[in-house]
Design a protein around this ligand. Structure first.
Ligand SMILES: [Zn+2]
Length: 341
């Protein structure tokens, strides 16, 4: 009973967040998501330039999605680029197993995007049978499409694609923040090349760290200035053929390596609460004051990026502790790495 709700929430979060980039390079190059079986998605709703196809059993969800897609998309495109081609074909099916069968992706995939064609496939149920969070899932996949368009389809490292998808979906992720905090105080956050490698290997723990670290590093760059202008500039530079690394140097006057150093330098301070909460087993009423003290002691004048990341951390921590309180104890900080890509 103790902490079970938290574990369930965290497990669900993981299931939702294990989202995939487009398939093998060969398929992405072909521009056609070959073999996607969407035969049960026989109904459709057209929203501007977006077509939403869905299984008739999912019509209530589909109507909800149709209402919200324009808002979600317009926020994503504004944040990334200002204005982008809005064309998308979204297919919504009951089970992710169907996606796996159709795409050859591992069965735990709950969603997949094919950015070159603007096609997205999402499922109502994760491979473990739990219901997916459609907002998380669809926003993440839409960001993949938007990023491809914002950068004109120029090649991007996988860590960047996933980091942007996670960051710009603007969802609170308890699992990600826990994973990152545990890494900061455990083995340390891997170098960018190792993070990139983790996306291409079949190591669930490495992948979970890779998602969490990529998300956080991208958020750091995104919040580097007041309005995200530097990130948008970097994306524009990439689109006009400036090259990935050079585009960041031009926009930030810092190399990715230098930005990465700045980001890493602040991690321990931001997650100062983790060793306290992460020790587990402490009753919540004992943990809370310690966490609050740790948090506010760490507050100081920071660069804008740090201030904004810290605010996000606080929201995530508050959410986490709220869930923990309902379970009575803080015992949920166990490895959360079972299902990631
Ligand atoms: Zn993804």
């Amino acid at each position: 009973m103790v902490g079970r709700a938290v574990v369930r929430v965290a497990a669900l979060a993981i299931a939702l967040l294990c989202l995939l980039l487009p398939l093998s390079p060969a398929r992405a190059d072909a521009g056609v998501p070959a073999g996607w079986d969407v035969t049960t998605a026989t109904e459709h709703i057209t929203i501007g330039r977006v077509e939403l196809r869905y299984d008739p059993r999912l019509s209530a969800d589909a109507r909800m999605l149709a209402e919200r897609i324009p808002t979600w998309w317009s926020r994503i495109e504004q944040d990334l680029a200002g204005d982008l081609d809005d064309t998308m074909l979204i297919s919504y099916v009951p089970h992710s197993g169907r996606i796996a069968e159709a795409t050859g992706m591992p069965r735990w995939a709950a969603g997949v995007a094919h950015p070159p064609s603007g096609e997205i496939l999402i499922a109502a149920h994760a491979p473990d049978g739990s219901k997916t969070d459609l907002e998380d899932l669809l926003k993440h996949e839409m960001v993949h499409v938007a990023l491809y368009r914002a950068t004109g389809g120029q090649p991007l490292p996988r860590w960047f694609h996933e980091g942007v998808a996670e960051s710009f979906a603007d969802n609170i992720s308890i699992a990600r923040v826990q994973t990152l905090a545990a890494t900061v105080f455990g083995g340390g956050v891997p170098a960018l090349e190792d993070i990139e490698r983790s996306f291409h290997q079949n190591d669930p723990h490495g992948a979970s760290v890779a998602y969490a670290a990529s998300r956080d590093f991208v958020s750091f760059m995104r919040f580097y200035d007041d309005d995200g202008g530097a990130m948008r500039q970097a994306l524009r530079n990439i689109r006009s053929g400036g090259g990935f690394e050079a585009s960041f140097i031009q926009a930030y006057e810092l190399s990715l390596e230098e930005l990465g150093k700045e980001w890493r330098a602040g991690l321990r301070g931001r997650f100062a609460w983790f060793p306290i909460v992460g020790s587990g087993e402490l009753p919540f009423f004992l943990v809370t004051p310690l966490v609050v003290v740790a948090f506010f002691r760490k507050r100081r004048k920071m660069k804008l990026a740090w201030a904004r990341l810290e605010r996000e951390d606080q929201e995530e921590l508050a959410r986490f502790l709220g869930v923990a309180r309902r379970g009575g104890m803080v015992t949920a900080l166990q490895p959360l790495t079972t299902q990631l890509h």
